[in-house]
Design a protein. Structure first.
Lengths: 102, 350
């Protein structure tokens, strides 16, 4: 019981510490671009691609190796499935789908 | 008491309605119309456990059927056969099959997804994230997997959203009814999991809880951590779980992709250490509720995965399990293949 209490306390302390240390720093993570639409200029497309790749590595890479890219309509289904399963944020879902279907 | 019984569903409903009303309407990302997908994994593994050889082919088909902008039906089954030599030195097979999940998901808004049906119990991270055969880095599962039921039948609220640019929050809360049919078995439980993810550090910390409302009415709790350092292709994950009646334990796993050396990219080196502490309750008390009386056990595994093209993976591992008066060698070698295809002809290729 004491071990369990110690582990839970340690975990909560680490979580609190991590939240506090990561909390709002000015200009830390720039605003993310929206998913690029057809006809968007090159810099927007490039920003979206980079951000999508970052989100892909941070979220998908937590659990599994990079999958192949599938046709867009299949990828949309797979990403919707992963949004539910991996509790991805709405923004991550959009950017990852954009990256995986480009 | 009457108030408490009536209040829980009402509070849940109020929360759902509040979420739905407050948040923005959910639109389908990128305006790509999703098409039904048939996917899954097949595998063939040979396991040697304490000198006993077992061959085990398996298959886990998964159907993903999206409809509209907000709905998804997903169902996953599993089938495996385990062959081993019996006392007369003849091969004998034991078949097992089940329904991992068959759920309908409604993407209510950016904060909330409502799930109904049979789903993977959101307790800890292994069952939902690392259990699929093509995902798991080591084919042997953690010893603490037995502390919570793998699947539940009922309803679940879940979601993930950004708290600020540096912190994402994810959650899943559920209730489950008791079902005794062996294909869709589940317990009458309630619980959930919460996680905080720091995208820049690629660090996730979380906690789970579960309460049983049948038989022994036990509690279970757990914490987990996942970290992928930005500098090197290493994944570290760990869980600690405690159950009032079934024991406790932890596992720590590291997977390192050798992408920094020439021709090493397809190779992944894996190691895991774990320990299980048996319940301190008297065996008679456990037997009364049909709970297996397990022993303190510790185990260490090392493995190698080689990723071939087209989602084929060759895996091998060696482990050693130390129990009371028992020292067992564990070998596994095998192949996994994951397939993804349109569920129906004529779609999904454009």
């Amino acid at each position: 019981m004491k071990t369990k209490f110690a582990i839970v306390t340690l975990f909560l302390t680490l979580t609190m510490g991590a939240v506090v240390s990561a909390a709002p720093k000015s200009g830390a993570r720039k605003d993310t671009p929206p998913a690029a639409k057809p006809g968007a200029d090159n810099s927007t497309v490039q920003d979206t691609r980079l951000e999508g790749e970052l989100r892909f590595r941070a979220n998908c890479g937590r659990c599994h190796a990079a999958p192949r890219k599938f046709p867009p309509r299949l990828m949309a289904t797979v990403v919707r499935h992963m949004r539910v399963r991996a509790t991805l944020t709405d923004e991550d879902t959009r950017l990852i789908l954009s990256y995986m279907t480009e | 008491m009457l108030f408490q019984k009536n209040a829980a569903p009402a509070v849940c409903l109020a929360l759902v309605l509040a979420f739905c009303a407050a948040a923005d309407a959910q639109t389908d990302p990128n305006d790509v119309k999703p098409f039904p997908v048939f996917t899954g994994t097949t595998s063939y593994f040979t396991r040697v456990t304490g000198g006993v050889v077992q061959d085990s082919p398996s298959m886990s088909p998964l159907l993903l059927y999206p409809f509209g902008d907000k709905w998804l039906f997903e169902a996953k089954g599993s089938y495996s056969d385990t062959f081993a030599k019996n006392k007369s030195n003849a091969w004998e097979g034991t078949m097992s099959y089940g329904l991992g999940y068959a759920e309908i998901d409604y993407l209510a808004n950016r904060y909330l997804t409502v799930t109904a049906g049979r789903f993977t119990t959101p307790f800890g991270i292994y069952g939902e994230r690392y259990a699929p055969i093509w995902v798991r880095a080591l084919q042997t599962g953690p010893l603490i997997s037995s502390l919570a039921r793998g699947s539940s039948n009922g309803g679940m609220l879940r979601g993930g959203f950004s708290v600020n640019p540096e912190i994402d929050f994810n959650y899943a809360v559920y209730f489950s009814a008791a079902v005794t049919n062996h294909v869709v078995t589940s317990d009458r439980t309630s619980g959930g999991r919460f996680g905080v993810f720091f995208p820049q550090e690629r660090l996730e910390l979380g906690a789970s809880f579960q309460k049983s409302f049948q038989q022994e009415h036990s509690r279970a709790e757990g914490v987990h951590a996942v970290w992928q350092p930005n500098a090197i292709p290493l994944s570290l994950r760990s869980e600690y779980q405690w159950s009032e009646w079934r024991g406790s334990g932890f596992w720590v796993e590291g997977a390192y992709r050798l992408s920094q050396i020439p021709h090493g990219r397809p190779i992944e080196v894996v190691g895991r250490g774990q320990k299980f502490y048996a319940s301190r309750l008297k065996p008679a008390a456990l037997t009364k509720f049909g709970i297996a009386n397990m022993k303190d056990t510790q185990q260490a595994d090392v493995g190698l995965n080689y990723y071939l093209p087209n989602d084929v993976r060759v895996s091998g591992s060696y482990g050693r399990q130390f129990g009371i008066n028992k020292d067992t060698h564990l070998w596994t070698v095998g192949l996994t293949y994951r397939f993804v295809m349109p569920a129906f002809p004529g779609g999904g290729t454009r």
